[in-house]
Design a protein around this ligand. Structure first.
Ligand SMILES: Nc1ncnc2c1ncn2[C@@H]1O[C@H](COP(=O)(O)OP(=O)(O)O)[C@@H](O)[C@H]1O
Ligand SMILES: [Mg+2]
Length: 234
């Protein structure tokens, strides 16, 4: 079964009395363990779409099903619970907590949304620290590491609750090209290792080539879909 299905999603924002249409009838499905990008210029609707998928906002029309759940029908509280259980987030500006170490930043979602015995918690954090290559930095604070390292920590933090889906809204916008490329490659490796679906947005055509399925967004509509060959069957 598909991991998510969007059917004719519409999203309007009210600006005073006027409805501004940000998404204008999007339909697509995404399979489990996919590595998907939405690419489009500023204002094309990327953030709006990821906010809907992440249950941070609701569509004005159409249906959106994530992991078999009609997310538009969830109450605010149900949406938050659904998010905590199923979705990890990576942000453009990293959003690490400055007073917590690298280790503690990765551990943080486990303390917030899942109750695990301390030894299991430690095991999970250590495994992810290792997976993203940050074991040696575990006691450092965010202001002591580079932008690329911060985003690696954020990737680990997004995965620590074992979500089905990780959403990354322009995760490379604040990184130089080489570092951006490395962060996307890391996300892809994490998809391979944990079979977590990754959906990221970007306006950078160079980065988008790393995705396996690429949707082009323009003015709130999907204007293209490209699937890369070389099939990853595992
Ligand atoms: N909170 C809001 N209120 C009104 N209009 C908005 C709001 N957020 C986004 N928009 C509009 O919706 C469209 C899509 O925006 P957005 O999803 O932020 O695009 P992107 O992330 O691709 O830059 C734009 O025209 C933007 O101005
Ligand atoms: Mg945006």
């Amino acid at each position: 079964m598909e991991l998510m299905k969007a059917a004719n999603i519409v999203k309007d924002y009210m600006v005073g009395e006027v409805a501004v249409r940000a998404l204008n009838g999007l339909s697509f499905t995404i399979d489990p363990a996919s590595f998907v990008s939405f690419v489009g210029p500023s204002g094309s609707g990327k953030t709006t779409l990821l906010n809907l998928i992440g249950c941070l906002d609701k569509p004005t029309g159409g249906t959106l099903t994530v992991a078999g759940t009609d997310v538009a029908a969830l109450s605010r509280k149900e949406g938050a619970a659904f998010r905590g259980e199923n979705i990890g987030f990576i942000f453009q500006d990293f959003n690490l907590l400055p007073v917590l170490t690298v280790y503690e930043n990765i551990e943080y979602p486990l303390l917030m949304v899942q109750s695990l015995p301390a030894n299991e918690r430690e095991e999970r954090v250590m495994k992810l620290l290792d997976a993203v290559g940050m074991l040696e930095q575990e006691n450092k604070y965010p202001d002591q590491i580079s932008g690329g390292q911060k985003q690696r920590v954020a990737v680990a933090r997004a995965l620590v609750t074992k979500p089905r889906l990780v959403l990354a809204d322009e995760p490379t916008a604040n990184l130089d090209h080489k570092t951006a490329y490395m962060v996307i490659e890391l996300m892809k490796r994490m998809r391979d290792e944990f079979s977590t679906t990754f959906i990221f947005s970007t306006h950078d055509p160079k980065i988008v080539g790393e995705a396996e399925i690429i949707y082009t967004l323009e003015d709130g509509q999907i204007t293209g879909r490209e699937e890369k060959g070389g099939g990853n069957c595992g």
